[in-house]
Design a protein around this ligand. Structure first.
Ligand code: 5GP
Length: 194
């Protein structure tokens, strides 16, 4: 997605050898018009797949997932990282290792929101080593829901996530694919929607 690649070039900051900071438009401050375009693009790719719900993980997956859900006219459900007192329903639960925080957290979704009748589109902001995506796939498997595919805003193609998901035979659509960070500059591979 050209608009997204241009925004990453203009405002993304490379941290160390493998982190991209995009807090001015995606992970902290959010550009709703870019998110709306991202949501529409991902929805277009899965428009004929009879998606019943869009699922993501808090916090930074929520913005692109919500616009994707709006474009598909289905609900968006996000996995929560901490159990709180109001979540006394039965839960789908798994552990996810966070690449950026370098710690494992328990993530949950109430059973009442996902069922075996659902056909799910998973959305996330980044794909690195695929642990967040695997965690969401595990929650969907616990609910016996179908997963039609995974839509990613920014994939770092030099990490292991893409291969991991492809080996599982899952449809993957990444709107921006980063081949490498060379001397702090982002080099793109061709995106799945181009
Ligand atoms: P994975 O689970 O695929 O290893 O990592 C994906 C998750 O880690 C995403 O949900 C995202 O929150 C975070 N993440 C991974 N790499 C980056 C990065 O380069 N920048 C930012 N801002 N978040 C990242």
């Amino acid at each position: 997605m050209k608009l997204l690649e241009e925004r990453i070039k203009a405002d993304g900051k490379v941290l160390g050898k493998d982190i991209l900071k995009v807090d001015s438009f995606l992970t902290h401050q959010v550009d709703f018009s870019l998110m709306k375009a991202i949501g529409q693009r991902l929805a277009d790719v899965y428009a004929d797949k009879n998606i019943t719900k869009v699922v993501t993980i808090e916090a930074s997956g929520i913005a692109p997932a919500l616009y994707t859900a709006e474009a598909l006219n289905v609900p968006m459900v996000f996995a929560k990282k901490a159990k709180n007192l109001t979540m006394n329903d039965e839960l789908l639960t798994t552990e996810v290792f966070s690449f950026t925080k370098q710690l494992t957290s328990t993530v949950s979704i109430s059973k009442k929101f996902i069922s075996e009748n659902d056909n799910i589109l998973i959305i996330d902001d980044f794909l690195a080593n695929g642990q967040a995506a695997l965690g969401l796939l595990e929650l969907m498997a616990q609910a016996k829901a179908e997963v039609a595919g995974i839509g990613i805003v920014i994939e770092k193609s030099f990490q292991t996530g893409r291969q991991l998901l492809q080996d599982k035979g899952i449809s993957l659509t990444s709107l921006a694919r980063i081949a490498s960070f060379e001397d702090g500059a982002v080099q793109f591979a061709s995106a799945d929607d181009s």
